[in-house]
Ligand binder design. Structure first.
Ligand code: NI
Ligand code: MN
Length: 219
């Protein structure tokens, strides 16, 4: 599969039959010059939580592409109210075919001009793709629940920037819980308060894949 790190927590993953984006934060994402129009070919969109740097341009991209949006029940309701038609709402611990939602220690409020709407609970996703299991944790602090994923995950996409999420030290502990075959750090440098060097995340025996925003890896 082809993994494109668009920057922040946004990943595009292409397999033979799927073209996926996770947390489509495009406009306002300082790491990409792309626009929602560039994502018309998507088949699936995943939204981990309601914060604007994750929900991002979901409404526009979903309408442009017709891709099926996976998210929690409350965000599903929000997206439906915005005219998105192809939505699969689910919730933490629930699985649906090749998709399972995982817990995250984080908020999920949807920021609108006048108010913050209730966006359910923040989560992450486990995606079974080409006989491999990919874990995108979403924004989260370190949690014991990660231990439940021990020895199951092939590739873990984990935040490292601190302040809003785990920092490097906690991400090391998370990798010790999960023991994936490989990891890609995310959610760093976008804002001054999360400006860390992802290459400081090193755990013996686990392959670190350090992608710069815009970088692709065939994996
Ligand atoms: Ni967040
Ligand atoms: Mn975030």
């Amino acid at each position: 599969m082809l993994i494109n790190y668009i920057g922040h927590s946004t990943f595009q993953i292409k397999t033979e039959d799927k073209n996926i984006i996770i947390d489509p934060f495009i406009l306002g994402n300082p790491w990409t010059q792309t626009e929602p129009e560039d994502y018309k070919d998507l088949t699936h969109i995943f939204v981990t939580h309601g914060h604007s740097d994750h929900l991002g341009d979901t409404v526009e991209i979903a309408k442009l592409s017709g891709a099926l949006v996976y998210c929690n029940h409350e965000i599903a309701g929000y997206l439906a109210s915005k005219g998105v038609e192809n939505i699969h709402g689910m919730h933490i611990g629930g699985a649906h075919g090749w998709v399972k939602m995982t817990p995250a220690l984080h908020g999920s409020g949807i920021e609108t001009k006048d108010a913050i709407l209730y966006g359910g609970l923040a989560g992450g996703f486990l995606l079974s793709l080409e006989d491999r299991l990919i874990y995108h944790s979403g924004d989260t602090g370190l949690s014991m629940e990660m231990k439940l994923l021990e020895d199951k995950v092939d590739l873990a996409l984990l935040p490292v920037g601190g302040n809003y999420t785990m920092d490097i030290e906690d991400a090391k502990l998370a990798l010790g819980f999960i023991k994936p075959k490989a990891f890609i750090p995310m959610h760093f440098k976008t804002f001054p308060v999360i400006d860390v060097n992802p290459r400081d995340l090193v755990v013996e025996g686990i392959e670190g894949i350090y992608l710069e925003p815009g970088e692709l890896v065939q994996w």
